[in-house]
Design a binder for this molecule. Structure first.
Ligand SMILES: [Zn+2]
Length: 189
């Protein structure tokens, strides 16, 4: 059935810009690596002369190429809602680590800018804003439920620089972690 071809200028433009709108329309295989990808794959741009384009990913597979582990070209494209839920799970499970947007994008198999765009459109917050909320909410719980120091709690929730932890906490809640803890003890919360 579908035979591979050289990329058209439009297809090559989609590959170079990681255009998600082209996903599902064609797949591209790279001779130097013997791997095939979706157009949106954020992996390193191949040389154009090494690229073969297929209308069907199974034709690329039949031609001996392996599916890219990053963009998973044979998987059903996930809906944005599913992807956002996956990102939320990643944020919650990795919130104690020094997670950057690029690392999150790599874990979530997408490009950083596209991930931020989709996530913010769906939730109203950027992934890093959401990450901060998760960390500070956890810090609040630890401040009331434990006797750990502010510095220890900062480390535990993924904000190891104490001064930054205190400043972020005060910006969001209007008081320092210690003020919050004392007030909570007074009110028996
Ligand atoms: Zn790929």
């Amino acid at each position: 059935m579908s035979v591979g071809g050289v990329p058209t200028d439009a297809q090559w433009a989609a590959i170079t810009t990681n255009d998600t709108a082209a996903d599902g329309q064609f797949w591209y295989a790279v001779q130097s690596t013997m791997i095939f990808c979706r157009p949106s794959c954020p992996s390193r741009l191949p040389k154009r002369e090494n690229v073969t384009v297929y209308a069907d990913p199974h034709a690329a597979l039949a031609a001996g190429y392996r599916p890219c582990k990053r963009c998973r070209p044979l998987a059903q494209p996930v809906s944005n809602a599913t992807w956002v839920a996956e990102i939320d799970t990643l944020l919650a499970t990795h919130s104690q680590e020094p997670l950057t947007l690029n690392e999150l994008a790599s874990l979530a198999h997408g490009s950083a800018s596209y991930l931020r765009h989709v996530y913010q459109a769906a939730t109203g917050a950027t992934p890093l804003q959401r990450l901060k909320t998760i960390r500070l909410t956890r810090a609040k719980a630890l401040l009331t439920a434990t006797d750990l120091t502010v510095a220890q709690i900062g480390v535990l929730v993924g904000i190891p620089t104490t001064s930054y932890f205190i400043a972020a906490f005060r910006t969001v809640y209007g008081q320092t972690p210690l003020q919050f803890r004392r007030e909570c003890q007074k009110r028996n919360c």
